[in-house]
Design a protein around this ligand. Structure first.
Ligand code: NAD
Length: 368
């Protein structure tokens, strides 16, 4: 998965649409235009070898339409890897609605979007993402049943964050086991960057296990919520990279592992929820390997949210979702071992395993 920087670099070139699709082997892209509601959306289906393409719908005011296309292509490809490495029978897809989520959202626009999703007949299943909330999904759901991430009252799984946090916690424990020969986090110093929905649940587990937790966030209200509730230490945003720590847990935004922070990060393990933590994976993945820092690939250990919505497809049960998330521990260990044996960055080891699964299942499906 490219970082934002790489994506921006790509948008500077005048690349044709089919050239972009060929580059990462996207199956299908649907441009949705509706003049009555003002809907402009793009649905990208990257790969459906393993199952229907599932991925959230993002609403964002992109600077250009090309930016929106690049983003949806990148995000849908990321979903293919996330589902494949997590052992789910799902493909990768994503949708973007171009517009300001605070001003441009309306019931007709969302329902019209739902109609476009419906017309894909289940090949794409949508969910929430940045700029789109549960209430919006209820409108989409009025037009199509191919929606996940619904509230519990509508048979959905509700907020997936606790399940995501559980997966991150297990990925962190597997990484600790790899680093120190024991997965106990008691006494370990962990810096949690971003104390939002996932960060908070992660902190709860860490504190319970006796870890020494440092927290940072740009939102003082969010900080207050955790410092009042848990025995944690606050560090100012920007200073988290200089804490003498065992584990760095990025749970805010992506690209925080980069040229500036890698030399400063004094940790043995990086394991967090944020997507695309490596600013440039081809540069920063090897840089971490070189430095001896164990990086638990984000798209694996934050897959609890996807596992949660996947379990909605078979009738939601939180316990089942949490059980399925436990697989993240073993898969993380497998990836870290492969990385060590082959001396390759962990993100690459994860991608190789994900791609192999897709290739293997393609063969399974080659006969009726
Ligand atoms: P959230 O919006 O609830 O929390 C993010 C927190 O990060 C906020 O409190 C915000 O103030 C803080 N933040 C933003 N910029 C920051 C900065 N520069 N420094 C410090 N703090 C900063 O989001 P969330 O649902 O907790 O998700 C956290 C991350 O995990 C996101 O990157 C998200 O994409 C990813 N993720 C979440 C889920 C899920 O189930 N919620 C699933 C997979 C991945």
């Amino acid at each position: 998965m490219e970082s934002i920087q790489e994506v921006q670099d790509m948008t500077k070139t005048d690349t044709g649409v089919f050239e972009l699709l060929l580059k990462d082997h996207h199956e299908q892209v649907l441009f949705c235009n509706d003049e009555d509601t003002g809907l402009k959306a793009i649905i990208a289906i990257h790969n459906t070898t393993l199952g229907p393409a599932l991925g959230g719908t993002r609403m964002w005011q992109y600077a250009t339409e090309n930016d929106a296309l690049i983003d949806v292509l990148r995000l849908s490809r990321g979903m293919t890897y996330k589902a494949a490495i997590s052992g789910l029978n799902l493909g990768g897809g994503k949708a973007v609605i171009i517009g300001d989520s605070k001003k441009d959202k309306s019931e007709p626009l969302l329902r019209k979007f739902g109609r476009f999703v419906k017309n894909l007949n289940g090949k794409y299943i949508t969910a929430e993402d940045v700029g789109i909330g549960t209430k919006d999904m209820e409108f989409v759901h009025m037009e199509t049943k191919h929606v996940t991430g619904l509230p519990e009252s509508l048979g959905g799984g509700g907020d997936p964050s606790p399940v995501t946090a559980y997966g991150v916690y297990l990925g962190m424990k597997a990484s600790a086991n790899f680093a120190w020969g024991s997965d106990g986090l008691h006494g370990k110093t962990v810096v949690v960057e971003g104390v939002g929905k996932v960060g908070r649940h992660l902190i709860q587990r860490l504190v319970k296990e006796g870890a020494k937790v440092y927290v940072t966030d740009i939102n003082q209200e969010a900080i207050k919520n955790v410092t009042e509730k848990f025995d944690v230490t606050y560090v100012k945003p920007g200073e988290q990279f200089d804490v003498d720590m065992d584990i760095y847990a990025p749970c805010a935004l992506g690209a925080t592992v980069n040229d500036d922070t890698i030399p400063r990060l004094n940790c043995k393990v990086i394991a967090g929820a944020a997507n695309n933590q490596l600013k440039k994976e081809k540069i920063h993945g090897p840089a971490l390997l070189e430095k001896g820092v164990i990086y638990a690939p984000d798209f694996l250990i934050n897959a609890g949210g996807l596992i949660n919505v996947y379990s909605e497809l078979e009738g939601y049960n939180r316990k089942k979702a949490l059980n399925a998330t436990e697989n993240i521990y073993d898969v993380t260990s497998h990836i870290l071992n492969k990385s060590r044996e082959e001396n390759i960055p962990t993100y690459l080891a994860a991608k190789i395993i994900a791609e192999k699964r897709i290739e293997d299942i393609k063969k399974v499906k080659s006969t009726f």
